[in-house]
Design a protein around this ligand. Structure first.
Ligand SMILES: [Zn+2]
Length: 394
């Protein structure tokens, strides 16, 4: 509450975040192919009306990132708001309401693909920035806005932004993935591995004449599952996990298979580096080669997304906690999530304080009938308006 002397608290205009989210939802950015450029142009046109500057970064045909800046006084290090423009496909089940019509139901819930993941969060960040741009309040730091293409498939937009230096000088990063308005300070990383074991074909009636690639794969996966990652469980994420996603081998029942392949999804927690883990698995393969007769296998890294973790005591998390408590009226929950985000690409090596915060139930992301309460969008927009004004040091 402000008195007559103090600076008034900036507030987003009524329905502003709803209208911008609806505009973005009506643009189909299902990835593949993505088609994010049109949504980026809509966001750019909206931002320019309020004096923000920025530009598109093309990422192939019909695709683009958007990078905007709202200048501050430079008393604090710049922060960045980040979100992705693409969505996952619609799935095969029928939707109760059309996925690109952006309908609001009688309970004040907005429906559509991307409402939760994450055009609602994206619009809330942008409305926060334009509200600040209009308000007559001193802004301690520059606030950047990065809307990326491609997050749902390969993080191509985040990689391009990082490689072009968009993160330079940025001290803190807030990604508007759906967290149900909780503060998420850590997420797991993913290491996708493909293994191929090799054998020697033989008649199924004479297996001793061949080398069975499937049997070797079973030995490999058993050893891999028992691999001690040597880590205490992370305080908010728990331990790493391993899941065998695919396995293929053999052609017919009466031939000893000479090839077997399997894909493994390893979800990692902060504290273990990808490179160190790959070395340990290479050592495991080497051990199998020396102990199992005729064992031969190859490993390929097919996906590498770093884990992200920020200490809850860091200034960004504390400032966000105070602001959010004011918006919600109760202390927010601080937690971790298993999915990864553009933070996997933007965070590593940059020494960024990173936070995930956004409207919407994460369980509704990637689902049929994805939908978000308008009230959650409004609270998020309020949070994104006030966060850049919060002192980051106390
Ligand atoms: Zn997302």
């Amino acid at each position: 509450m402000s008195d007559a002397q103090s600076v008034p608290t900036p507030r987003p205009g009524r329905r502003e975040v709803l209208e911008l989210t609806r505009e973005l939802l009506r643009i189909d950015t299902v990835n593949p192919p993505g088609n994010e450029r049109e949504a980026a142009e809509v966001a750019l046109a909206y931002a320019k009306r309020f004096g923000l500057t920025g530009s598109l970064q093309p990422i192939g045909e019909g695709r683009a990132n958007l990078h905007l800046v709202l200048r501050g006084k430079g008393e604090q290090a710049p922060m960045m708001y980040c979100g992705h423009l693409d969505t996952v496909p619609l799935g095969t089940a029928e939707w109760t309401r059309p996925p690109h019509a952006a309908e609001v139901d009688e309970d004040g819930v907005l429906w559509g693909r991307g409402s939760v993941d994450m055009k609602g969060g994206l619009a809330a960040m942008l409305v926060g920035m334009t509200t600040l741009a209009r308000a007559d309040v001193p802004r301690p730091a520059d606030v950047h806005f990065l809307a990326t293409a491609g997050e749902e498939v390969d993080c191509a937009g985040a990689r391009a932004a990082r490689d072009s230096g968009a993160l330079e000088g940025i001290a803190s990063l807030v990604i508007a993935e759906p967290t149900d308005l909780d503060l998420v300070v850590a997420h797991k990383g993913a290491l996708f591995l493909e293994f191929v074991t090799y054998g020697r074909a033989a008649h199924g009636a004479m297996p001793d004449q061949g080398v069975n690639a499937i049997t070797h794969m079973m030995s490999l996966l058993e050893r891999l599952g028992a691999l001690d990652l040597g880590l205490a469980a992370h305080p908010v994420l728990g331990g790493p996990t391993l899941s065998v996603g695919t396995i293929q081998g053999g052609s017919v029942v009466n031939i000893v298979p000479d090839r077997c392949s399997a894909q493994v999804d390893l979800r990692r927690v902060p504290g273990i580096e990808h490179a160190a883990l790959v070395v340990r698995i290479e050592e495991l393969l080497e051990d199998l080669r020396s102990t199992l007769p005729d064992f031969e296998a190859q490993m390929t890294v097919t996906g590498d997304y770093a884990a992200v973790g920020t200490d809850p005591g860091e200034p960004l998390v504390r400032a966000a906690g105070r602001v959010l408590e004011g918006v919600l009226g109760w202390p927010p929950e601080v937690s971790g999530v298993s999915y990864f985000s553009d933070g996997s690409i933007l965070h590593p090596g940059a020494n960024l304080q990173t936070l995930l915060f956004g409207p919407g139930d994460p369980h509704l992301a990637h689902q049929t009938d994805e939908r978000v309460p308008v009230a959650a969008l409004e609270r998020a927009a309020e949070f994104f308006t006030l966060l850049p004004l919060a002192p980051a040091t106390s």
